[in-house]
Design a binder for this molecule. Structure first.
Ligand SMILES: *Cc1c(COP(=O)(O)O)cnc(C)c1O
Length: 356
C-alpha cells in the first residue's frame, strides 16, 4: 500500500480553512489598499551587529520603552511576534481543547476563529447587531464553557468602536469567570478610546497592541500584550524561548522614543485627513451604497455591485479587500487609507468605472 502522509494529518487541520492573509491572496497591482498597512516605508537603522548570541526572551529595554509609552508597569507587558502570536498564546494557555470555548462577535478579525480551529478549541459566535454593536443579551446566554471573549476595538473590518458602556457590562458579568481580550491593533487612530485605564480595575481584561499599523512596521513583527501581572507570568511560561529577534527589538526600541512617537502621531493625523476626504468622495460616488463610519486607517464600503468594482479596480492595479464572505457584509469592500495620491487615484478610477 502506498504511504499517504495526508492520512496522518489531524482531522481539524485537514478540515481547516486557513487564514487568508492579504499577502497570501496576492493580486497584481501597484496600489495596495488591502492590508491596512502604513502606505510608505519608514526609515530605520539597525545598530546592533551581534547575532551569534540568542536574544533575551523578553528584551528588557524594549519592554521599558513600551511601558514609558503607555504608562504601565513593565510586569504588565509581554512582547510577542505581532499581536497575532498573543491571540494564539492566550488560547493555548487558557483553553482545554474539546471542553473549553472562545466567543467572538462577527464580522470581526479572522485570526481568532482560525487559531481556535487549529488548536481544536470550539469557537462560539454571536453576531454584532447591524449598528456593529454587541448583542449583550445573546452573549449572556452563551457563556457556558467560554474561557475567552475576543473583542476587536476599533473593530476590523467595520471600523467602529464598541461602546465603552457595553465593554464595562461585559467585564462586570465575566468578572471571576472568564477573560475579555480587547484587540487594540488600531487604537493609535483613536487614542483617547484606549481601555488601558481599566486594566487596574479589571483583572480579567487583556489588551492587545501592535507596531504593525499606526507605527508603520508590519514587516517587523512586533506586538504587545497588556494585562495584570498574573496573566503576563502565565503567558511567559509558554511563549517560545526566543520569540523576538535581536534586529526586531533593536529597531522597535528606536521607534518608541519621544520623537518617533511624535512622528507616528503626525502620520496618524495625515491618514486621518486622507480618510475624511476619501469617505466624503466615496459618499458622492454613484456606485457606492454606504460608507461606514470609521475610527481607523480603513473604511468599509457597500457598493451596488462589489464584485464588478473589485475586479475592475484590480484591472487598474488597485487591490482592495473583499468582505463578501463575512456575515452581514454582502457587497462590502474594505479600503485601507493610503497616501493622498493613492486615495485620489482610487476616486478618479472609481468615478470613471461608475459613470459607464
Ligand atoms: C493587523 C491586525 C492584527 C495583527 O497584528 P500583528 O501585530 O501584525 O500580528 C491583530 N488584530 C487586528 C484586528 C488586526 O487588524
Amino acid at each position: 500500500m502506498k504511504f499517504n502522509i495526508k492520512n496522518l494529518i489531524r482531522k481539524n487541520i485537514d478540515m481547516l480553512n486557513p487564514y487568508q492573509s492579504a499577502r497570501k491572496i496576492g493580486g497584481q497591482g501597484n496600489i495596495f489598499l488591502n492590508a491596512n498597512e502604513y502606505p510608505s516605508s519608514i526609515k530605520f537603522q539597525l545598530s546592533s551587529q551581534i547575532l551569534n548570541r540568542y536574544p533575551e526572551c523578553q528584551p528588557k529595554n524594549l519592554i521599558e520603552k513600551y511601558s514609558n509609552y503607555i504608562h504601565l508597569n513593565t510586569d504588565q507587558i509581554l512582547v510577542t511576534r505581532g499581536a497575532d502570536e498573543s491571540i494564539e498564546l492566550l488560547m493555548r494557555a487558557f483553553c482545554n481543547p474539546g471542553t473549553d470555548a472562545i466567543l467572538i462577535c462577527p464580522p470581526t478579525y479572522g485570526m481568532y476563529s482560525v487559531c481556535a480551529e487549529i488548536l481544536g478549541i470550539e469557537c462560539k459566535e454571536v453576531n454584532l447587531l447591524l449598528n456593529w454593536q454587541l448583542n449583550l443579551p445573546e452573549i449572556k446566554k452563551k457563556l457556558d464553557h467560554i474561557k475567552l471573549i475576543y473583542i476587536c476595538r476599533p473593530n476590523n473590518p467595520t471600523g467602529n468602536l464598541i461602546k465603552l458602556k457595553d465593554i464595562c457590562t461585559l467585564l462586570d458579568i465575566s468578572r471571576n469567570k472568564l477573560l475579555i481580550i480587547v484587540d487594540e491593533a488600531y487604537i493609535e487612530f483613536c487614542m483617547q478610546s484606549t481601555l488601558i485605564q481599566l486594566l487596574n480595575d479589571y483583572p480579567n481584561l487583556i489588551i492587545l497592541r501592535t507596531l504593525s499599523k499606526a507605527f508603520g512596521l508590519a514587516g517587523l513583527r512586533c506586538g504587545f500584550t497588556l494585562a495584570n501581572k498574573v496573566v503576563i507570568e502565565i503567558l511567559n511560561k509558554i511563549i517560545a524561548p526566543y520569540p523576538i529577534s535581536i534586529p526586531t527589538s533593536n529597531i522597535a526600541v528606536k521607534f518608541l522614543t519621544k520623537n518617533k512617537i511624535k512622528n507616528m502621531q503626525q502620520n496618524v493625523m495625515k491618514i486621518h485627513n486622507n480618510r475624511i476626504w476619501l469617505s466624503l468622495m466615496l459618499n458622492n460616488c454613484k456606485c457606492v451604497e454606504k460608507v461606514f463610519d470609521s475610527e481607523t486607517n480603513y473604511v468599509l464600503v457597500r457598493f451596488v455591485n462589489s464584485q464588478q468594482i473589485f475586479q475592475k479596480l484590480l484591472h487598474h492595479g488597485i487591490v482592495l479587500r473583499d468582505q463578501n464572505h463575512s456575515v452581514n457584509l454582502h457587497d462590502c469592500l474594505r479600503i485601507s487609507v493610503g497616501t493622498f495620491t493613492e486615495c485620489a487615484t482610487l476616486i478618479n478610477i472609481l468615478n470613471n468605472i461608475c459613470e459607464k
